[in-house]
Design a protein around this ligand. Sequence first.
Ligand code: HAM
Length: 429
Amino acid sequence: MNNLKNLRGTVDLLPDQLIKWQNVEKILLEQLSRASIKEIRTPILEMTELFIRGIGEGTDVVSKEMYTFFDRGERSCTLRPEGTASVARALIQNGMSSNPLQKLWYMGPMFRYERPQSGRQRQFHQLGVEFIGYESVRSDVEIIALAWDLLGKLGIKELNLEINTLGDFNDRFNFQKSFLKWLEINKNSLDLDSQNRINKNPLRILDSKNIQTKKVLENAPKLFDFLSDQSLERYLILKDQLDFLKIPFVENFNLVRGLDYYTHTAFEITSGALGSQATVCGGGRYDNLIKQMGGPETPAIGFAIGLERLILLAGNKLEVGRQTDIYIVNKGLNAESLAMDLSRKLRNYDLLIELDLTGASFSKQYKKANKLKSKSIIVIGDDEASNKEFIIRLFNKDSLENQEETIAFEDSINLENWLNSNLFSKSNL
Ligand code: HAM
């Protein structure tokens, strides 16, 4: 039993760590709701075919990183490596015609068989946002601004936004023809990884981190020079509007992203504080994906934020959990029953209640209340229980005398008066 461990690249999130996760998620979800974005939940397990067709066979994600297996019915299944393909499938399958414009978000675990390191896991979590049916450049700007502001709301500073345009299908086709010719001639000057990509996914070579390859690529044809007038105009408007919103960005013409479905706008937000796994958010436009998967022609754009990386960046203020409002010290058979009854009643007031269930001595219970920094305590001993009453007071030495009150169990009015004057802020009254 002792050598049972979690799988490499997966982690247990323990209660103390989860305080930060929950605080971060709360802020993110509030922002998404303010932007009128609705949640969608799709299965974690999908047909393997979905990702092969959606993400592309030549990508690293599909060719090397998927958790794929046969189920008992001999169907090839895959734990989702990302959320966009699943959202596209769900929309097609559930009929998109009644609602062609949708702003959606999802959050949950994703799975990629990569080498684990700080900020890179095999089971990780993403918050994704997808704007479906939106074609205008304004939706690109809105999506980038939303990602930027979500990170800003968490107080994360010193982020870098990199943008690029991948053009439309024709622009890419024309570029690829010329790029492939150049690659044939220069093949031997590239690193091995890049050489292997020539037939599988030549565009990804642009993204190579190999210094020698990067140098050689300086003389390669540039996708930018193959953009049609419309694609170029779209890109120029995007830049103007980002300037207008004062969202700083740098252009990175080598930013191609690791998934095949992108067209036009591609972007990433990185932070130097993350080390080698610097990208906290990645996204872009995918106008062909839904059609390619059998749906109607539907432009779309989205992004996903890696939550593990986000948690690494979010400040330690978010590690603080909600303080206990009332600790109920109780001892004795009758007192314990009454305490249980009272705690259920008190939770209806949106108070954080801690009830001792161990039967520990009064002094141990006081110590626990002190450790929890409980704002107040209720005491129920044998005497109080036989009188059907309890003592309530602030758990603060200065206010010991004057704030203490004995209240009968049935006396809700007196209890509410005490709560209003001692625990609830004026705005809650
Ligand atoms: P992605 O760039 O593959 O895009 O992933 C988005 C983010 O997920 C990354 O920037 C990173 O923060 C996080 N991430 C990826 N792999 C790992 C890992 N192994 N461990 C920890 N974090 C990781 C997508 O997944 C697209 N679906 C984004 C998108 C949505 N594009 C359009 N709509």
